[in-house]
Design a binder for this molecule. Sequence first.
Ligand code: NAI
Length: 210
Amino acid sequence: MSSKIISRAVIKRLPRYYRYLSELMEHNIVRISSKELSERMNVTASQIRQDFNNFGGFGQQGYGYNVEYLYSEIGKILGLERDHNVIIIGAGNVGKALINYPDFAKRGFIFTAIFDSDPNLVGRKIGNCLVKSVDELETYVKENEVEIAALTIPKSVAPEVAGNLVKWGVGAIWNFAPTDLNLPKNVIVENVHLAESLMRLSYRIKDSEK
Ligand code: NAI
């Protein structure tokens, strides 16, 4: 595979391809043309071919793509061929919802620990984890290969906690707190701002009423 830089827009579309391919496999579909895939996904066939050409094309022209092969290759590109060790900071509504959602583990995102500062929550069982005290966070991060930390804490504390996590060795943050973390450039941050998504939805509703 070439080492050229893949645009963010392409990377953003890959999980959607991956999801559709997983559904095709569930329906025992073995091959699919870019035209059929485009109809199902509501994107143009040329967009699909262009996207896949970034990775060498994947398919035999005119014969369609082998669904399982494509699924596995896109999975590899997304780094899903191995498990990821994820911890959650904040055992409130969002933290609990994440840990109780079984599909993340199916994709290899394994929640190995959840931390909270509230002594009333420490020791409680959520999902398969017992809530740990934030006082144990530094040691835990240093002793375990934590790859991703999900921040489901109030925005007032998120930047400081994120800074500490990075200092202790975490390289990727999945940030649910509605604030910018301003971390060093080498830290990978994926923000999940649900309220912003809702505002975009609101805009589109308003726009459609014109
Ligand atoms: P929550 O109040 O239910 O839970 C937050 C938890 O973080 C609490 O258990 C609290 O004890 C803990 N905490 C506070 N400071 C901490 C620290 N320094 N270290 C470790 N734990 C700490 O809040 P919720 O609803 O789960 O929201 C969490 C974050 O996600 C917030 O920033 C919120 O704005 C954001 N968010 C919430 C949504 C929701 O629907 N509730 C939706 C989208 C984002």
